[in-house]
Every structure is written in C-alpha cells, then in structure tokens.
Design a protein. Structure first.
Length: 122
C-alpha cells in the first residue's frame, strides 16, 4: 500500500486517480476500502483547488463525477435504492430530491451547494 499525502502536482493527482481505479470496489471495512476513501478526499481537494467547473448544472456535475470514479447509473441506484428514479434524474426527466442530493453528495464527493442549483428539466 502506498502512503498518501496531500496531492501537490498533476503527476501525484494522476497516480492517485490510477490507484483509485484499481481499488474503487474494495470491500467495505478493508484496508483497500479505507485507502479508496482517503483517495476520494485527496482527489476532491486537489480538483477543487486546480480545476474550476464554472457554472455547471447539477446533473452534468454528477455525470462528470461518475466518470471520474468509474461509476455507472446502477452504482448510484444501489446507493439510492431506485434505478428508475436515478435514470429519470440523469435524463433530466425528474428533479433531484433532497435525499438524492444528500446521498450523491456523499458518494460522488460533490458539495451539496453544487447540487441544489436550479436546472431545466426536459
């Protein structure tokens, strides 16, 4: 296991992202799972400092973070508990609920204030 510290440059960031991809499905409670959760935090801090997403709607933000962490809609549905609702939200057919905002903020490491912004449904 690598010893992780504050990510200070792009090379360290890329190494952390690569390692996260290797262990993202580690069993909860395992050392690898704890390392993955640490990496999520370190990656999030680095991205907040170095990448500005500007005015991006909450659904696009969710999709970007899903891609960052290699998650599929089914992964969000497992966390939320309803595949149909997750699909509707990701396709702009239904608005995010407060419960979804809380859960997605946690699993995708997105600040709640980024998820409560208004956006248009189709």
């Amino acid at each position: 296991m690598h010893t992780w510290y504050h990510l200070e440059n792009e090379k360290e960031y890329e190494k952390a992202m690569s390692r996260f991809q290797e262990i993202k499905y580690a069993k909860k409670g395992s050392i690898a799972y704890r390392e993955a959760m640490l990496l999520v935090t370190l990656i999030n801090v680095y991205e907040k400092k170095h990448y500005s997403l500007g005015e991006i709607d909450p659904i696009e933000f969710i999709k970007i973070r899903m891609e960052d962490f290699g998650y599929k809609p089914a992964d969000l549905a497992r966390e939320y508990g309803d595949k149909g609702t997750v699909s509707k939200v990701l396709n702009y057919k239904q608005a995010l609920s407060l419960n979804m905002i809380r859960k997605f903020s946690k699993i995708l490491q997105i600040p709640v204030d980024a998820l409560i912004k208004e956006y248009k449904l189709q």
